[in-house]
Design a binder for this molecule. Sequence first.
Ligand SMILES: [Fe+2]
Length: 302
Amino acid sequence: MAGRLLAISDLHIGYPENRAYADALSPGDPGDWLIVAGDVGEVFADVGFVLASLASRFAKVIWTPGNHELWTLPSDQVTLRGADRYEALVKVCRRFGVVTPEDEFPVWDAPGGPVTVAPLFTLYDYSFRADGTTAAGPVAENAGAADPVAAVPAAGDAAVSDDGRSVALAAALRAGITPADEGQLHADPYPSVAAWCRDRVETTGGRLAAVDGPVVLVSHWPLLRGPVGALRHREFAPWCGTTLTAQWHTRHQVLAAVYGHLHIPRTTHHDGVRFEEVSVGYPREWRRRGTVPPPPRVILEG
Ligand SMILES: [Fe+2]
């Protein structure tokens, strides 16, 4: 195979500049695969259109949802919430040949042998605590008032107690952060996002255990807390993953762990495993680094 295994995330196509960028993404080789690690956007039809469009250009597109795809905005014609919304997105992806976390894991035919590419949907459960993280790096996602789709949670939400959510939310609000998922990412039929997360981790962990040989893990939220330490606003950490997946990169023969969400694109190593944050981010973020958004990252050469 001459193509490459490429990865990108956090396209956030609600911004016209980012939509134009996504519409122009094209393979450098007819054999290129593209991983899209979540946060394509919020509007259901637009997300489906862009993924279908990418699938028509790349040899294979592998998608896993981010928090933004799971939001139910009042302005969206598709009013599905929680698991129903996710399942509807999966249906759209399957119609256009996009691989989802619900499908058989595709196998990349690398020169050194087959590599499984595993899209994982694991969510977050507020178990990443703010303490212990460092205060450096770009602005946390949705932490600024300039985000046109950020919303302040209803006052009553802070009083709801489940798994650490109320404590995390109170700390975030005190720090002036409004985690945009609250009030927009619904967990139906689960009682909480944390409960949905636990179910996802159990199911996904079971599927991963059956994978033999080298694998590329793909998730929107980082699988371990290490990368979250780079957030400028550490109070945002509880919305960035779960400690339940902290050992997954050591239990398997992981060639790379691809993620996004933090909008801090970089390569790091944890326990000897390569972690690739492949986010584009909002225009105000990628413009700090260059005049155009970053190209997809090469995860494996063909
Ligand atoms: Fe995200």
